[in-house]
Design a protein around this ligand. Structure first.
Ligand code: ATP
Length: 209
């Protein structure tokens, strides 16, 4: 019986960071290094698709007006919760357990020795670290993050509003096991992640097998 419990025992990493810090880019590098990367935002979008229990729960609470062509219109939903913190809590109380369930399914299916990375923008805000073997946060100066996001086509008002809604890099660094800085070039960032993969991640994976 004990052996069975170890058959599907991947090494799990939560990867967080503020808006524009480089989480997705870090995920791409980790995926090239051999990790399987899952994006919590995608899991949360999936949980609202027609046929999912999240769809029924959200429509029954927020009403048909949040639908466009029979699908949940995430822009309409975002508008409602942006203006009303209580509604935001309701939405989160529906979505977060479903996202966790989906992640648990991925973990269950991953073979022993696999490195599974979960991109979670709100890891600190949701106090989610207990479910992971390792937590990593990406930090970058606010100035650099704004510059990168402006290039990506966001408006400065959107960027500032989102930064204001999130905890600080310092809070994330205190909460997580590893902080990786992304203030330099993409090549420097990739090099740093590769170093951490070899020196800090792989030895922990070997220990867990
Ligand atoms: P979000 O929270 O909005 O999802 P994110 O934390 O996932 O953002 P990325 O999308 O990885 O951040 O990076 C933000 C932008 O900055 C992207 O356009 C990315 O290509 C670019 N970028 C990331 N790191 C660097 C770097 N070191 N040098 C230059 N550009 C970078």
């Amino acid at each position: 019986m004990k052996r069975l419990a170890f058959l599907n025992n991947p090494f799990t990493i939560a990867l967080t960071g503020g808006i524009g810090s480089g989480k997705s880019f870090a995920g791409e590098i980790l995926s090239e290094l051999g990790a399987i990367v899952v994006d919590s935002d995608q899991l949360s979008h999936q949980s609202l698709e027609r046929g999912e229990s999240g769809f029924d729960q959200v429509v029954s609470h927020f009403g048909d007006s949040i639908l466009t062509n029979g699908e949940i219109d995430r822009k309409k939903l975002a508008q409602i919760v942006f203006e009303n913190p209580n509604e935001k809590k309701v939405l989160e109380s529906i979505i977060h357990p479903l996202v966790r369930e989906k992640w648990d399914e991925v973990v269950k299916l991953a073979p022993n020795g696999t490195v599974l990375v979960n991109l979670i923008p709100l890891l600190v805000e949701t106090n989610g670290k207990a479910r992971f073997d390792l937590t990593i946060t990406i930090s970058a100066s606010e100035e650099i993050r704004k510059e990168r996001l402006l290039k990506r086509g966001l408006y400065i008002s959107q960027i500032e509003a989102r930064i204001k809604n999130q905890v600080s890099d310092t809070d994330r660094a205190t909460y997580c096991d590893i902080e990786i800085l992304n203030n330099g070039t993409q090549a420097e960032f990739a090099q740093e992640i590769t170093k951490i993969w070899q020196a800090q991640i792989l030895p922990r994976v070997a220990e867990k097998i």
